[in-house]
Design a protein around this ligand. Structure first.
Ligand code: SAH
Length: 205
């Protein structure tokens, strides 16, 4: 899998090392074991998907992460992306809106020894009820129709947010917050992706 990632332009050795060390099949139903190391998105529970390994690698690389940084992830899903960031030395806070996935993945991450702090909530609001912010980095792993203002507020000045933006198809954005005002945000684009949508509110099943 790591060779495929290199061929697809992933050059960040810290990302490649983490992806080599964290088995992706741990985060999937065992019926999917045979496909776990192919570069494809796969079904997890609650009608959601685990992203392509190349998408996980690309988003991780775009974050320009340093060990010890505080990272907020929106869309815990299977927990795979959170585990990769944790392996790279980040302090990871992750929000999921579906209770079924939140319960399952929080237990799995703890069982596997990944110290990811998991929260049930609507990621459009970031982590407002618990004040762990501001964050050095924010990664959104579902397709957002707009840049969530609350998330930009919870990002440190000088911080980076990686977010797929768009409804049907998304464009991968890296936003560097050079100051509080929108005019001070540097926005770079990194091509088209297809994510499950970012939805409002919590879902309690
Ligand atoms: N990072 C995940 C990707 C899961 S797919 C992984 O590595 O497996 C995206 C996830 O985002 C889904 O689980 C979906 O339920 C969740 N999601 C969608 N809208 C959300 C929101 N507003 N707040 C939090 N999570 C959300």
């Amino acid at each position: 899998m790591v060779e495929t990632l290199r061929q697809k332009g992933i050059g960040d050795e810290a990302v490649l090392k983490a992806m080599e060390e964290v088995p992706r099949h741990w985060f999937l139903d065992s019926a999917l074991d045979a496909f776990a190391y192919e570069d494809r998105a796969l079904k997890i529970s609650c009608e959601q998907t685990i992203s392509h390994p190349s998408t996980v690698a690309m988003q991780s690389q775009l974050l320009c992460l340093q060990p010890g940084m505080k990272v907020l992830e929106i869309g815990t899903g299977s927990g795979y992306q959170a585990a990769i960031l944790c392996k790279m030395g980040a302090k990871v806070f992750s929000v999921e809106r579906q209770k079924g996935l939140f319960d399952k993945t929080r237990a799995l991450l703890a069982e596997l020894g990944f110290r990811v702090r998991c929260f049930l909530g609507d990621g459009y609001q970031g982590l407002q009820e618990v004040n762990y912010g501001p964050y050095d980095r924010i990664i959104v792993t579902c397709g957002a129709r707009e840049i969530p203002k609350a998330l930009m507020q919870q990002l440190k000045t000088g911080g980076i947010m990686v977010i797929p933006l768009g409804e049907e198809e998304q464009e991968m954005l890296r936003i560097t917050k050079n100051g509080p005002a929108e005019e001070e945000w540097k926005v770079e684009t990194f091509g088209a992706y297809s994510f499950v949508p970012m939805l409002d509110g919590r879902q309690m099943r």
